[in-house]
Design a protein around this ligand. Structure first.
Ligand code: FMN
Length: 281
């Protein structure tokens, strides 16, 4: 099991010491053109999680490839570049510019339809232009995660990442939206049950590697994702609160694996699958 950061939740260039505690670094989503992102406030805390509407702020594909990527390569750790866009060709053109990295397709961008056909269409377009490992990052909004997973696998995905944030709304003073943009992506501990169900559904649909994420705060949370079928685990919102989370989660994981009667974390993979199937039946 590798421990990664979730896209958008760590800047390895400003916090290389945190990145160094992970097994691989996942970039913020890169779009074809530079994006300023949304007006502030674009992050608010809620009673049980965080709401963000960053708006995919990033320097754009050309600046990323020429200026950011060489600096990330100097960190000398495995890299995964998150790619976003507003059409299949947007995604494919960026993939064509990337060499020697894993690619995570953020299939949950605003204005990109998340229906199985569209996600599969984007994966197929990218598959045509790159031999790099391609992960499809899916939204928890999909009504049938298994169907989406089968569609993107058939289109050529090498792995699945899930979940992205859930759409949410927080009200502030005057009962007006607390985020300037109105709605945002809801993340943090409340997302864990959603992530467990999505990873479980994905594992029942595929043998591909799955990067599980959503509300992981402790080693126990990471282990639960693995028990539902995750191959690897990513830390998101927790990194804003606790930059030492990768070290802590790994330590807790070791204790929890032994407490549950297993030798290694990989022995736990899928341990919850059979019992959940029985419950569903
Ligand atoms: C501030 C912030 C920015 C994010 N930016 C991105 C992004 O650029 N691309 C992406 O695929 N996911 C992005 N995400 C979603 C995370 O990668 C992750 O899927 C989600 O937050 C669930 O995990 P968590 O509950 O552990 O945070 C972002 C999340 C947050 C909180």
């Amino acid at each position: 099991m590798l421990l990664l950061n979730a896209s958008g939740c760590l800047d390895a260039l400003t916090a290389p010491h945190v990145a160094a505690t992970l097994d691989a670094f996942v970039t913020k989503t890169v779009t074809p053109e530079p994006r300023e992102g949304n007006a502030p406030p674009r992050i608010v805390e809620t009673d049980a999680g965080m709401l963000n509407a960053i708006g995919l702020a990033n320097p754009g594909r050309d600046a990323f490839v020429s200026r950011v990527l060489p600096r990330l390569r100097a960190l000398d750790m495995p890299l995964c570049v998150s790619v976003g866009g507003f059409s299949a060709s947007d995604y494919a053109e960026t993939c064509a510019c990337l060499e020697d990295v894993t690619i995570e397709l953020n299939l949950s961008c605003p204005n990109v339809d998340d229906a199985p056909e569209s996600a599969a269409e984007i994966v197929a377009a990218c598959r045509e232009v790159t031999a790099n490992p391609l992960y499809a990052k899916l939204s928890p909004h999909s009504w049938d995660v298994g169907e989406t997973v089968r569609a993107v696998e058939a289109a050529g995905a090498d792995g699945i990442s899930l979940v992205n944030t859930l759409r949410g709304l927080a009200l502030g003073d005057g009962l007006r939206p607390a985020l300037a943009r109105g709605t945002g992506g809801y993340s943090g501990p409340a997302l864990k049950p959603v992530a467990l169900a999505a990873v479980h559904a994905a594992r029942r649909a595929t043998e591909l590697p799955i990067v599980g994420m959503g509300g992981v705060w402790t080693g126990r949370d990471a282990l639960e994702l693995v028990a539902c079928g995750a191959t690897h685990v990513a830390l998101g919102t927790v990194l804003f609160a606790d930059p030492d989370a990768p070290v802590r989660v790994r330590d807790e994981l070791t204790v929890e694996v032994a407490r549950c009667g297993y030798e290694t974390v990989d022995d736990v993979r899928g341990a919850a699958l059979a019992s959940v199937v029985q419950l569903e039946n």
